[in-house]
Design a protein around this ligand. Structure first.
Ligand SMILES: Cc1cc2nc3c(=O)[nH]c(=O)nc-3n(C[C@H](O)[C@H](O)[C@H](O)COP(=O)(O)O)c2cc1C
Length: 130
């Protein structure tokens, strides 16, 4: 788990793919926080990405750094606890100008039943269950 979060943080940007009907959608994301032993990401309820996750929680994440790439495939579950949202905002103070834990827009999701795979051209894939 720590290795996966560190990879995302070091890469700084990862790409989050969602499903929109029969159309894949992908966009850059940056938030990654461990809370309660789980990997969380953050978004806003007003965004299409949020609506897609609520309609179909299966997502994939991909990031690349230093010759290795990571893919995380799994399901996102919303955590509606204000403490979970606050933990994310504490980890990303730069978001606090745009988001507040109780603004009705900020939301956090954690990965459930997820598999992270770290790959490279130079080593066998490393599989980490989240
Ligand atoms: C480097 C980078 C990191 C980003 N991180 C996030 C993030 O963690 N959460 C988020 O909701 N939006 C983030 N964004 C903005 C989303 O990519 C943007 O709002 C996107 O349009 C959302 O997808 P959608 O249009 O399908 O809803 C980030 C953008 C960039 C350029």
């Amino acid at each position: 788990m720590e290795k996966v979060v560190q990879f995302l943080k070091d890469a700084q940007t990862y790409y989050l793919a969602t499903v929109d009907g029969d159309q894949p959608r992908v966009r850059p994301f940056g938030t990654a926080n461990v809370y309660d032993g789980k990997l969380y990401i953050q978004t806003g309820k007003v965004k299409d990405v949020s609506k897609q996750i609520h309609a179909n929680p299966k997502v994939e994440v991909c990031a690349f750094k230093d010759g290795e790439w990571i893919r995380i495939a799994g399901k996102l579950v919303e955590d509606d606890r204000v403490e979970a949202r606050q933990s994310m905002l504490d980890a990303y103070p730069e978001l606090q100008g745009m988001y507040k834990a109780d603004d009705g827009n900020t939301e956090v999701f954690y990965f459930e039943d997820a598999t992270a795979t770290i790959s490279a051209f130079t080593h066998a894939p490393e599989v980490i269950k989240l």
